[in-house]
Design a protein around this ligand. Structure first.
Ligand SMILES: Cc1ncc(COP(=O)(O)O)c(C=O)c1O
Length: 358
């Protein structure tokens, strides 16, 4: 099975490796909203510390009701989990020994979960020549014998959205061929006015949409994600086999409280609009750096200077970016960096200007 420790955000590991204090590193390697968790949530958590003294509702009824209301769908269509990651592993349980198509590069936990269930994994490579975006050729790669396709939109690490018309065509083809379609929308909340695939689920019971609240609401340490599907028998199967109480009471409270925080949502979108454009503009002016226009809160780039280790070079300035060399389908010259607050973004650009302009 693949290594568990292959994500961004592992500041402690890098600090231990360098023999420095982790608090001195600025983390551009995990794509977390730099505004921090909503103030209203912070207050609610502090006020309700006593929740730790009781078991949470094993059915998480209030949380599921709140998520269902948010997406205007029946409660039976929702299954919340300890981050989207837990749900990826739950979904893999439906796929034991099956053949699954994965797009590369993509989020590492799909592969780990599928390997754990001894699935046969087929890779569908996305390349720089297509700007790492799938096109109609993916439709022909979907053939009888494939049981499931995992898609991620916007994709991690490339930040590219799948064209809506192509997504519809993929959904249709998967339906015709009885292929289960998992669509990971972990970063969809960062994209204003894009409802993603959830509104379509009524007519597509073969689709499972994954959502995460950890990135947009800055709660990766609390952990909360959910799965949405109109395939209620499959969700019931998943529900019945999972251990109880995997979502802690504070994460459940977060899910009940954050979804109607319009002020936080607007501030997040405004920050992202401004800082994404600032960072992208700055990176675009650097020689030997190629970027891809991001849909969400992270930027995928390639360093064109032969053999140059950009991650190590930036660590001299105590800036940690994600090296993408361990993604199947990528090489060590690809990197991903999170959009952070203005001061951090400015420091990053300044450090990169020194590296590339001298
Ligand atoms: C594409 C994608 N899906 C799912 C996840 C898992 O999110 P969570 O923190 O909710 O487990 C991540 C985390 O980085 C991700 O990048």
């Amino acid at each position: 099975m693949a290594e568990p420790n292959q994500h961004g955000g592992n500041v402690l590991e890098m600090a231990l490796k360098l023999g420095i204090d982790e608090s001195t590193l600025t983390d551009f390697s995990a794509n977390i909203n730099p505004l921090g968790m909503p103030a209203r949530l912070r207050e609610a958590l502090v006020e309700q510390l006593a929740l730790a003294e009781r078991y949470p509702d094993p059915l998480y009824r209030r949380l599921h009701q709140r998520l269902a209301r948010h997406h205007d769908c029946p409660e039976s269509w929702i299954l919340a989990g300890n981050g989207a990651t837990e749900l990826i592993f739950d979904l893999a349980c439906l796929l034991r020994h099956k053949t699954v198509l994965l797009l590369t590069p993509g989020f590492a936990e799909y592969r780990r979960a599928l390997q754990w269930m001894e699935c046969l994994i087929e890779d569908y490579p996305l390349g720089e020549q297509d700007d790492f975006r799938p096109d109609h050729r993916l439709l022909t790669a979907l053939r009888p014998g494939i049981h499931c396709l995992f898609l991620c939109t916007p994709n991690n690490p490339t930040g590219q959205l799948i064209e809506p018309a192509l997504l519809q065509a993929i959904a249709k083809r998967c339906h015709e061929l009885d292929i289960l379609l998992v669509i990971d929308e972990a970063f969809m909340d960062f994209i204003p006015d894009d409802p993603g695939m959830i509104p379509e689920l009524g007519r597509w019971p073969h689709i499972f949409v994954l959502r995460s609240l950890t990135k947009f609401y800055a709660i990766p340490g609390l952990r909360l994600g959910y799965l949405v599907s109109s395939n209620t028998p499959a969700l019931q199967q998943l529900r019945s086999r999972r251990p109880p109480w995997t979502i802690n009471a504070f994460a459940a409270l977060a899910g009940e409280r954050v979804l109607d925080d319009r002020e936080y949502q607007q501030r997040t979108r405004q920050w992202l609009r401004e800082e994404q454009s600032y960072l992208l503009g700055g990176l675009g002016s650097l020689p030997e750096i190629k970027t891809w226009r991001p849909a969400a809160n992270y930027i995928f780039l390639r360093c064109l200077r032969q053999g140059f280790d950009l991650q190590t070079a930036l660590l001299n300035s105590r800036l940690l970016i994600r090296s993408c060399g361990n993604y199947p389908g990528l090489t060590a010259d690809y990197y991903r960096l999170a959009v952070r607050g203005h001061e951090d973004n400015r420091r990053l650009l300044d450090a990169m200007k020194v590296l590339f302009h001298g």
